[in-house]
Design a binder for this molecule. Structure first.
Ligand code: CA
Length: 234
């Protein structure tokens, strides 16, 4: 399983908020946190070492208009998917919500399955964008920047194009073993004249960068015929 994706739910209606927290937290796909107001959401967003992979945002908050708050989040550089929870059939809400930088809107009352489907769809799009961030062991992995950040120590590790591609593909496998030939094809292309020795060399160098003790690999683990990422999540 990939690590649970942290989701921020900003909703002052306790019933809706608690239902979303319960349901999204059920099977380990998401790690939701709730905020009751814009100020409460700000507090969570500014917390040290915090990251959210998506935000569900109620349009009517006690201390803010959700649309204006959404625009403010975008201005502050938050790029993750924001899905607005709007009133029933409120066309104006929808138009202004999307204008303010929201990715999608869902009228209340909503069906949970539909909300989950839309949330996953937005996150899939975001994950292949330049803004994507994934957690691998103690690191934040930014594929577009070809960078790992060791969160606790604030240390940055530069990766080569191939190293970033190897990590990205192993991450997408969700901790399942990936055969060497599959990695070769995905990272170098089907027609490339490279051997598994080339792959092994890149994996060796990658381990020197990311493993606390490269002689005792804990993150990028060798499996019969391939490799897998062992430490997904914090
Ligand atoms: Ca509300």
């Amino acid at each position: 399983m990939p690590s649970a994706r942290p989701i921020l739910i900003v909703e002052d209606d306790m019933t809706v908020r608690e239902t979303l927290l319960d349901q999204l937290g059920l099977d380990g796909e998401f790690a939701p946190e709730g905020a009751v107001s814009a100020a409460d959401a700000d507090r969570l967003l500014e917390r040290e070492g915090t990251r959210f992979d998506a935000i569900l945002l109620d349009i009517g908050l006690p201390d803010a208009d959700g649309r204006e708050y959404c625009a403010k989040l975008r201005e502050s550089g938050i790029a993750v998917p924001i899905i607005m929870l709007t009133g029933q059939g409120a066309e104006q809400d929808v138009v202004r919500g999307l204008d303010s930088g929201a990715n999608d809107y869902i009228p209340k009352p909503f069906r949970l399955n539909e909300l989950l489907a839309r949330l996953r769809a937005q996150m899939r799009v975001f994950d292949s964008s330049e803004h994507a961030v994934f957690t691998i062991g103690p690191y934040e992995f930014r594929p577009a920047m070809k960078q790992l950040i060791e969160v606790d120590r604030g240390r940055k590790i530069r990766l080569t194009e191939k190293e970033a591609a190897i990590l990205k593909f192993l991450y997408r496998a969700g901790g399942a073993p990936v055969p060497r030939q599959t990695l070769l094809n995905e990272v170098w292309g089907y027609n490339a004249a490279v051997t598994t020795h080339t792959l092994e060399t890149h994996v060796y160098r990658l381990r020197q960068k990311i493993e606390p003790d490269p002689a005792d690999t804990r993150l990028l683990v060798t499996e019969p015929g391939g490799y897998r990422l062992a430490a997904l999540g914090r």
